[in-house]
Write a protein that binds this ligand. Structure first.
Ligand code: SIN
Ligand code: FE2
Length: 220
């Protein structure tokens, strides 16, 4: 076992965590450059076992602009049948690879006393991809926060309140930043308006990766 990345000094504390709204935290530069490279390499390796696929909207079947894959015991899937968690990759039928250790470190550092995450959704944004305003509400437990890691190109993150019509604000997320949606913001609307192409050299192909860690079922 490698040393715990927290005690190895790879993580956290580079910039103070800011509270964007009650329960909505931004840990700027949570991952330093070496940790970002390691985590991006872990994702690339996971994607060999669990290839990126293009999700489709429920009912309409309209393709998402992002590509997705998952790590962990459960993966988030969207297609004509709806949004849901599944234990197997929709194309290969295999279980998903384990959640990368560095991603779990972010959960341990930022998710408080929440039990371990069961799902790690991985979104890949190319220069033109975006993510419409939505809530993460397919879980059976909203006590645990959602922990969301940015790698690669900058992105404009929009966040609001519990209602779609609530006023929204935006913040530019950079590689290594981690956002936590917890407490009163666990079900806040959020999305990605745009990617800023070629703002990071982390990913050889350019673009942005987002890793979203979630608890899916209530603790045992
Ligand atoms: C998401 O909410 O699914 C993704 C958020 C992000 O890409 O930062
Ligand atoms: Fe989300």
């Amino acid at each position: 076992m490698a040393a715990d990345p927290l005690s190895a000094g790879l993580l956290g504390g580079l910039e103070p965590t800011v509270e964007l709204a009650p329960g909505l935290l931004l840990a700027r530069s949570f991952f330093d450059a070496p940790a970002q490279r390691r985590l991006a390499a872990d994702v690339a390796q996971a994607a060999q076992a669990a290839p990126f696929f293009r999700p489709r909207m429920p009912c309409s079947g309209k393709p998402f602009s992002v590509l997705m894959t998952n790590c962990g015991e459960l993966g988030w899937i969207s297609d004509e049948s709806g949004y849901r968690y599944e234990p197997r990759h929709p194309a290969t039928g295999a279980s998903f690879p384990p959640i990368p250790a560095l991603a779990l470190s972010a959960w341990r550092a930022l998710a408080g006393a929440a039990p371990a995450p069961q799902a790690c959704l991985v979104n890949y944004y190319d220069a033109g991809a975006r993510m419409g305003l939505h809530r993460d509400a397919d879980e059976g437990d909203f006590l645990a926060p959602v922990v969301s890691i940015s790698l690669g190109d900058d992105a404009l993150f929009r966040y609001g309140g519990a209602n779609r019509s609530d006023r929204t604000k935006s913040v530019r997320l950079r590689s290594g930043d981690v956002v936590v949606l917890g407490g009163p913001s666990r079900l806040a609307f959020h999305g990605i308006d745009r990617i800023y192409p070629a703002t990071s050299g982390l990913l050889p192909q350019g673009g942005r990766l987002n890793l979203t860690l979630r608890r899916v079922s209530p603790p045992p």
